[in-house]
Every structure is written in structure tokens, then in C-alpha cells.
Design a binder for this molecule. Structure first.
Ligand code: C2E
Ligand code: CA
Ligand code: CA
Ligand code: CA
Length: 287
């Protein structure tokens, strides 16, 4: 529990103490964790809402901590951002994911009609301001032999709110090369929709909160109107719409009817090892 009274109460709160100790412990363990290869990536399929085919996957990093077991990104990404380790960690995630995409492509000869599986990688705001971003990305793509248009970088809406040209420049360069930029968690920030035109994004990822509002069938008419409005605006700006957090068939169906293009969520598959993604895509390609 958070205390209103400052340090005095916090010290008296053993739970808060334990959390602070863990936080500190995790922070100091982060750099060695990267060296020791304790991070791994799970992949969650991105599914075409029209025909149900697997089109790609989002890379989601995890930490297999020797004492605490598997830790989710919410536990350590903020710490890595705080210490700057997010830059090498993010670079590692990008390289691993792009290599994985290449491996899928080699295994996945049968699905040429749909194009290669695409790979989505999250970018933290700290990586955006890091001067090496464009060059690192170019190097990784070249080393791996993957075309830029098989890669999508996801940036949260909040990271780009009020972004000036300096911040947008690297994203523009990547977009010009053919890398897709997705606006993640869209609808949770305060950006005005007109602002979208200024951003070098080609995909909107509608936040899970919208998907949750589609739990009932039929959903609340006002929620339906809002999503419908976002989708039609997005499409008029030539942006594709991906929905996240789809947990039920009813949600998938309503979002499909509303015109969303791609979906992601437990209804299709939880994040999992790369072999799993390959199996799903293969089943899909061979029917
Ligand atoms: P995100 O980018 O919004 O990723 C989607 C999150 O929703 C993931 O949580 C995913 O496991 C979860 N999810 C997927 N489908 C469902 C569903 O149907 N229902 C529900 N309730 N949840 C679902 P996860 O893996 O814990 O990741 C949390 C956040 O950590 C991500 O949110 C992203 O912001 C961040 N993250 C993950 N990997 C990386 C990374 O490599 N770099 C950076 N900078 N951030 C990362
Ligand atoms: Ca994401
Ligand atoms: Ca998201
Ligand atoms: Ca989210």
C-alpha cells in the first residue's frame, strides 16, 4: 500500500520494504542478466481478422531470473529504462526477433502467397532518443538479410505525444526505409487525432481497454461508435488497425465487423516459444 505520509510510513511497511529491496536487487542484477543470457523472448501471433491467418508475431521479452523465476516485462523494463540498460537490451531483443523472423521464413516456404511472417518489436522511449537507433536497426536487418518491410516497431502513443521533429526524425528515416511504425496502446493517451497525420506511423494498435468494452454482444452502442470512428479515421489516413487483448470470439467478431484489420490476444494464442508460432502459421498455411 502507498503511504500518504512519506518515508516514515514507508519504512514501517514491510511489504513496501520488500518491494524496494527486490527492485534494487533486480536493478543491480540486470546487466549481468543480459551477459548471462537470462532473457528470452515469447512470440504472440498477429492474426488477420478477415481470414484468420497468422500474419506475424509480437516479440515480448521475459527474464528467467535464477531466484525469482520468470519475470514479466512490467517487472524489469521500467528498471532497465531507468538505468539505461534498455538500450542494449532493446538491441538484443531486436536482433533476436529479426533472426527468428528469418528462421520462420526458412521453415515456412509454403506460405508465400501471404508474404513472410512479420515481426513486431517494442521500442521504449529511451531507445527513440538514443542516437544509434537507425544505424543499429539497419545493421541488424543487413546482417540478417530481412527486408525492412517485414519489421514493425511499436512505439506507445504516450512516447510520441508532443514529440518534436528531433524525436520523429529517426522514426521517419526508418519509415522511409520501409519499416512499419505502429502506435501502441492507442486511445490511452491524450493525443488528438489530427496529430496522427504528423506522425510517421502506418498502424494503430488499439488499446486493450477498447477490446474489453466489446465483452458483451452486442457491445455498448457508444463504445461501438467510438471504435467505429477510430477505425474509419485510421483507414482514411491509410493506417491499418490492430486490436490487442482479444480474449473471446464475440470480441473478435465485433471488431472484425467494425473493420479492424488484425488482432492479437489469448483467444488466438498466448505468447509462447517460437516453435509454437511456426506451428500455428504452418497449420494455417496448409489448412
Ligand atoms: P504491450 O506492448 O501492450 O504488449 C501486450 C501485452 O498484453 C503483453 O503483456 C501480452 O502478453 C498481453 N496480452 C496479450 N494478449 C492478451 C489478452 O488477450 N489479454 C490480456 N489480458 N493480456 C494480453 P506482457 O508480455 O506482460 O508485456 C507487457 C508490456 O511490456 C508490453 O505491453 C510492452 O509495453 C512491454 N514490453 C514487452 N516486451 C518488450 C520489449 O522487448 N521492449 C520494451 N521496451 N517493452 C517491452
Ligand atoms: Ca506492443
Ligand atoms: Ca499494446
Ligand atoms: Ca497495452
Amino acid at each position: 500500500a502507498k503511504s500518504a505520509g512519506g518515508n516514515r510510513f514507508e519504512l514501517a511497511d514491510p511489504e513496501a520494504d520488500a518491494r524496494a529491496i527486490t527492485r534494487h536487487g533486480l536493478t543491480t542484477a540486470l546487466p549481468t542478466a543480459l551477459e548471462r543470457g537470462e532473457f528470452f523472448i515469447e512470440y504472440q501471433p498477429l492474426v488477420h481478422l478477415g481470414d484468420g491467418s497468422v500474419r506475424g508475431a509480437e516479440a515480448l521479452v521475459r527474464w528467467l531470473h535464477p531466484q525469482h523465476g520468470v519475470l514479466g516485462p512490467d517487472r524489469f523494463i521500467p528498471l532497465a529504462e531507468h538505468t539505461g540498460l534498455i538500450v542494449p537490451l532493446g538491441r538484443w531483443v531486436l536482433e533476436q526477433s529479426v533472426r527468428q523472423a528469418r528462421e520462420w521464413r526458412e521453415l515456412h516456404g509454403g506460405a508465400e502467397a501471404m508474404g513472410p511472417l512479420r515481426i513486431n518489436v517494442n521500442l521504449s522511449p529511451c531507445q527513440l532518443t538514443h542516437p544509434g537507433l537507425v544505424q543499429d536497426t539497419v545493421d541488424i536487418l543487413e546482417r540478417t538479410g530481412i527486408e525492412p518491410d517485414a519489421l514493425c516497431l511499436e512505439v506507445t502513443e504516450s512516447a510520441l505525444i508532443g514529440a518534436d521533429d528531433d524525436l520523429l526524425k529517426p522514426l521517419r528515416r526508418l519509415a522511409e526505409m520501409g519499416v512499419d511504425i505502429a502506435l501502441d496502446d492507442f486511445g490511452t493517451g491524450y493525443s488528438n487525432l489530427a496529430n496522427l497525420r504528423r506522425l510517421p506511423v502506418s498502424i494503430l494498435k488499439l488499446d486493450r481497454s477498447f477490446t474489453q468494452s466489446m465483452q458483451q454482444f452486442p457491445a455498448d452502442p457508444v463504445d461501438l461508435k467510438i471504435v467505429e470512428g477510430i477505425v474509419s479515421l485510421a483507414h482514411s489516413l491509410d493506417l491499418a488497425v490492430t486490436v490487442e487483448g482479444v480474449e473471446t470470439g464475440a470480441q473478435a467478431e465485433q471488431l472484425r465487423i467494425l473493420g479492424c484489420d488484425t488482432a492479437q490476444g489469448w483467444y488466438y494464442a498466448r505468447p509462447g516459444p517460437p516453435e509454437r508460432l511456426h506451428e500455428l502459421a504452418l497449420v494455417d498455411a496448409t489448412g
